[in-house]
Design a protein around this ligand. Structure first.
Ligand SMILES: [Zn+2]
Ligand SMILES: [Zn+2]
Length: 256
């Protein structure tokens, strides 16, 4: 692994696939790790990289769809069983913090029994993290379609979904998480070494026709469907002649 890197742990969409884990990404800065999203299969994908669970200091969750969060408790269990003693910071959309706190008891992960402090941190759009790398969270319209379903129900859902701008050592990486439409993120694309962009909620042909307008080193298309759908995207990229667009695979490591 490079000194600093971003590794795809899961490149599947919300429609689970046999050959890919659901959303998960590993940011390595020096010898410390941060996990971004934790969907189905991500814990095993993480272990396949050979990374040390005890080096994960932070977890950031973009939004609470199952394909981004369903293995969060299992990942915390992995860290717990490996005997962590340092604090673990878990950044969650604010709508989810209390629900997840209760859920930990439901799955018998009692914080009091853990040999480390588990800190659940609520964040919202506009949040800025600044330490050995920086991360800014922006809103996407991905979950707004649920407004009608939520109206009138006594539930805490605020339709929070966030994309992340990450910067470290002069390198910039943008992670779209899930979108309502491509326009959610066009204003953030410029001047990134990497743009990790989901393919489920955008028009691929439209994306390929405008992607060259932005100053982006390399686009990585992720959140992928069936092998047949991936093949269609592969052919569209080939037809476009674009050389800076590629398709994610689980285990793909991008040096930063
Ligand atoms: Zn998703
Ligand atoms: Zn989603």
């Amino acid at each position: 692994m490079s000194k600093n890197s971003f590794t795809v742990l899961g490149s599947s969409s919300g429609f689970p696939q046999a050959g890919r884990s659901s959303s998960g990404y590993l940011l390595k800065v020096g010898d410390r790790l941060s996990l971004i999203d934790c969907g189905g299969g991500v814990t095993s994908s993480f272990l396949r990289t050979g990374a040390d669970p005890l080096k994960v200091d932070r977890i950031f969750i973009s939004h609470t769809h199952s394909d981004h969060v369903c293995e969060l408790s299992l990942f915390i269990q992995l860290i717990d069983l490996n005997g962590r003693t340092d604090r673990l910071d878990v950044y969650l959309p604010s709508e989810f913090v209390e629900i997840f706190r209760q859920y930990l008891y439901a799955v018998y992960l009692f914080p009091k029994r853990m040999p480390f402090e588990l800190k659940l941190i609520a964040y919202e759009a506009g949040f800025e993290f600044d330490n050995d790398f920086s991360l800014k969270a922006y809103d996407t319209s991905h979950l707004k379609k649920y407004a009608e379903d939520i109206g009138g129900l006594d539930i805490p859902n605020k339709m929070q979904c966030h994309c992340f701008q990450i910067e470290l050592a002069g390198k910039r990486l943008f992670y779209s998480a899930d979108l309502g439409e491509f326009e959610d993120v066009t204003k953030y694309l410029n001047n990134n070494d990497y743009v990790i962009i989901e393919t489920t909620h955008i028009d691929i042909e439209e994306f390929l026709s405008v992607s060259g307008k932005y100053n982006v080193g390399r686009y990585i298309l992720t959140h992928l469907g069936s092998p047949a759908e991936v093949e269609q995207i592969r052919q569209a990229i080939r037809k476009s002649g674009l050389s800076n667009v590629s398709i994610a695979e689980d285990g793909l490591e991008l040096p930063l």
